[in-house]
Write a protein that binds this ligand. Structure first.
Ligand code: ATP
Ligand code: MG
Length: 191
């Protein structure tokens, strides 16, 4: 089997999806899907959230079966490394910090490993906002990453400094959300 590896791009970018509106994580997963179709090796590390029962996880399981049978596609590996939301739930601040540091260490290793064409760090900006990581940690990740991988960061409240450092930033604005009308999260839309 020929080795899976994307080779049709020259410049690895740092992309940020931020803002108060819905669509940051799904934008990142949309990129992962696009990249999969281009034979990229994609790693998704999820900070903060688990989301063990989510549509994208089931879809990724199927994609990974497809990936094993052909060289025409890349692959997507996802690791859920968070401890759930930080404001509620039974986990202590310390446990959240430990999880975030573990996720950060994995990210540091993977962005220089040569094993990936795209690395998505979902909710890493959230983790920084809650003080589970420092902004300097995120800067070193961006500085460290090898030239040819695309690095995708998501989470509300990207700082000015992160925005300045990235190549692409989409700030998603919330115009309306069904939550405001008391409509609960919907399968296939939120999870
Ligand atoms: P998605 O995963 O759907 O792309 P997101 O990554 O942009 O959403 P997060 O900030 O990670 O959003 O929040 C996760 C959840 O919170 C999503 O299920 C989303 O629908 C919900 N959410 C996002 N924005 C709002 C909002 N303005 N009001 C209420 N709920 C929201
Ligand atoms: Mg999200």
């Amino acid at each position: 089997m020929a080795e899976k590896q994307a080779n049709n791009y020259k410049k690895g970018l740092t992309l940020v999806f931020t803002g108060e509106g819905k669509g940051k994580t799904t934008a990142a997963f949309g990129l992962a899907l696009r990249a999969f179709g281009r034979r990229f090796r994609v790693l998704i590390l999820q900070f903060i959230k688990g989301g063990r029962d989510s549509g994208e996880l089931y879809a990724l399981q199927k994609l990974s079966e497809i990936s094993e049978t052909t060289d025409n596609f890349g692959y997507i590996e996802i690791r859920q490394l968070g401890e759930g939301f930080t404001k509620k739930g039974s986990k202590t601040e310390d446990e959240h910090k430990k999880a975030a540091i573990n996720a950060l260490n994995q990210a540091m290793k993977e962005v220089t490993s040569g094993n990936w064409d795209m690395v998505i760090l979902d909710e890493i900006l959230y983790a920084a906002k809650f003080g589970l990581l420092s902004e300097d940690d995120i800067f070193s990740l961006i500085d460290r990453k090898t030239e040819n991988i695309h690095l995708v960061l998501t989470g509300r409240n990207a700082s000015e400094a992160i925005i300045n450092k990235a190549d692409l930033v989409s700030d998603i604005k919330c115009v309306k959300h069904p939550f405001e009308n008391g409509i609960a999260a919907q399968a296939g839309i939120e999870f």
